[in-house]
Design a protein around this ligand. Structure first.
Ligand code: GLA
Length: 500
């Protein structure tokens, strides 16, 4: 019987048409993966005359090769790209050489060119990217935090990923000694660049620049401050460090055990996996629920650059703030573009949840004092989080005065929590106003032109508060009764408090 079966199987093999394989079929291993997107493997199969394949990357997992055409030693195929309106797909090539294969193509703004060698199915199994299912959407109750916009400091704008335990401690010290803590800035946030590798159980470990996160948290807490940290729902963070993909709940538990009080969760490489409203929302809800499950009260700051109407659903995933734009740069044009035009819908802001137009650049040197006052006033009238981004250890008196001004901070932190809006403008001058809890209003006259300009306020500019009892906030002085015309410096601002 066994013999008959074996003969039958043999006959079947003989009569089955041989699969026409190409020289590309099989496994190719790439060991010299540059950081982005980190190609580790290519797998190609041909069946029924059609060639399919996958390019596995550290950033985006498996990327499917589409429409594979083979001519001689060259395979040409299309690959999906990311948020690149000009290119929904990009053309890549694989070229057989005497030593292996050369893979070349573009993704986002990077060119990839890597050489690979043949591998075995066993090696392929080791490099296979583990896809993780996303839990269904669930509404997460926000932790009762951020009744007013969060205030603090973040490492990114000044230091990028060149950060370490010592710098964070010194910043915490400077926050106290400068008086900025007592002015309201309490979060000391470590942005990207603290992550190391995972241990055998998958627990994230800091890199060697952060020898003991718990001790660092204790140090920061000991100064009456709170500690923030940063991750991504993707496998890689924006700067290429280890993200939380596949370890979301585990990472939340680790952060809570360290004593973390604030998490900035940045989409980054997750944008490949979660590329529509539903999946992005669910990916935030997954971390929101994981933070909640720790039992620790942690501010949850969403960073997905304002995509998919995040302001409408940020609270539902447990978020306390959500970025409304791409990254700020320390120049007036970028700051003004995001602050005036991309600071989020005021209807979505209020106690517990805030539009975040990105962190402050005040003190980093790329803008004039007038421009930095505009930056600060615009964020304050917009009820935006105030996360300083400069080196507190070396700041000059002007920087300190801009950031520490109690009347400006009081506008930002006003208990009513109503985000201000533009009342009117003539192209260069813009008048913005925000109602305040005491019945008064904040009124900002911005000059987006480069020359000084005189602007006359109209009674309606302060809404119901009217224009009596004006106070010039930057000058810290009462405005002479009846004054309605103000001269505003180029790129500058006159910030007023009315009524109340
Ligand atoms: C993104 C964010 C920035 C910063 C960097 C870190 O670009 O928008 O604010 O966190 O990542 O890599």
């Amino acid at each position: 019987m066994r013999l008959i079966l074996a003969a039958l199987a043999f006959a079947l093999v003989l009569i089955r048409p041989a699969a026409a394989q190409t020289g590309f079929d099989g496994v190719w291993l790439f060991d010299d993966a540059p950081d982005y997107p980190g190609v580790t493997m290519m797998q190609v199969t041909t069946g029924n005359g059609v060639t399919n394949g996958i390019v596995t990357t550290q950033w985006y997992g498996p990327m499917r090769m589409r429409d594979v055409r083979i001519e001689g030693d060259t395979a040409t195929f299309e690959m999906r790209t990311l948020n690149d309106r000009e290119h929904r797909v990009r053309t890549w090539t694989a070229h057989l050489t005497d030593d292996g294969v050369t893979l070349a193509g573009d993704i986002w703004s990077s060119h990839v060119e890597q050489t690979g060698v043949r591998g075995t199915p066993a090696e392929a199994a080791q490099r296979t990217f583990m896809m993780m299912p996303l839990p269904p959407m669930r509404t997460v109750t926000q932790a009762p935090l951020a009744k007013t916009p969060p205030m603090g400091w973040s490492s990114w704008n000044k230091f990028g990923d060149k950060i370490d335990d010592k710098t964070i401690r010194e910043i915490a010290d400077a926050m106290v000694s400068s008086g900025l803590r007592d002015a309201g800035y309490v979060y000391v946030n470590i942005d990207d660049g603290w992550q190391g590798t995972r241990d055998a159980q998958g627990n994230i470990r800091p890199n060697d620049k952060f020898p003991d996160m718990k001790a660092l948290a204790d140090y920061v807490h000991g100064r009456g401050l709170k500690l923030g940290i940063y991750s991504s729902q993707g496998p890689k963070t924006c700067a290429g460090y280890e993200g939380s993909y596949g370890h979301v709940a585990q990472d939340a538990t680790t952060y809570a055990a360290w004593g973390i009080d604030y998490l900035k969760y940045d989409l980054c490489s997750g944008e490949w996996f979660y590329n529509d409203r539903d999946s992005v929302m669910r990916s935030y809800a997954e971390m929101g629920a994981a933070l909640q499950a720790t039992g620790r009260e942690i501010v949850f700051a969403l960073c997905e650059y304002g995509r998919f109407d995040v302001g409408e659903w940020g609270r539902r995933v447990g978020g306390h703030s959500w970025r409304t734009t791409g990254d700020i740069v320390d120049d007036y044009e970028t700051m003004a573009r995001i602050g005036f035009e991309h600071n989020g819908d005021p209807a979505n802001a209020g106690p517990g949840g805030w539009n975040d137009a990105d962190m402050l650049e005040v003190g980093n040197g790329g803008m004039s004092a007038d421009e930095y006052r505009t930056h600060m006033a615009l964020w304050a009238i917009s009820a935006a989080p105030l996360l300083m981004g400069h080196d507190l250890r070396t700041m000059d008196a002007e920087t300190k005065a801009i950031l520490e001004n109690p009347e400006v901070i009081a506008i930002d932190q006003d208990a009513l929590g109503v985000q201000g809006r533009k009342v009117r403008g003539d192209g260069k001058a813009e008048i913005w106003s925000r109602p305040l809890a005491d019945g008064g209003a904040a009124v900002a006259i911005f000059n987006r032109g480069t020359e000084p300009t005189a602007v006359t306020l109209a009674p309606g500019d302060a809404g119901a508060a009217g224009l009596d009892g004006l106070r010039d906030v930057w000058r810290g002085a009462v405005v002479a009764a009846g004054t309605r015309t103000f001269t505003v410096a180029g790129h500058g601002v006159v910030l007023l408090r009315a009524g109340g």
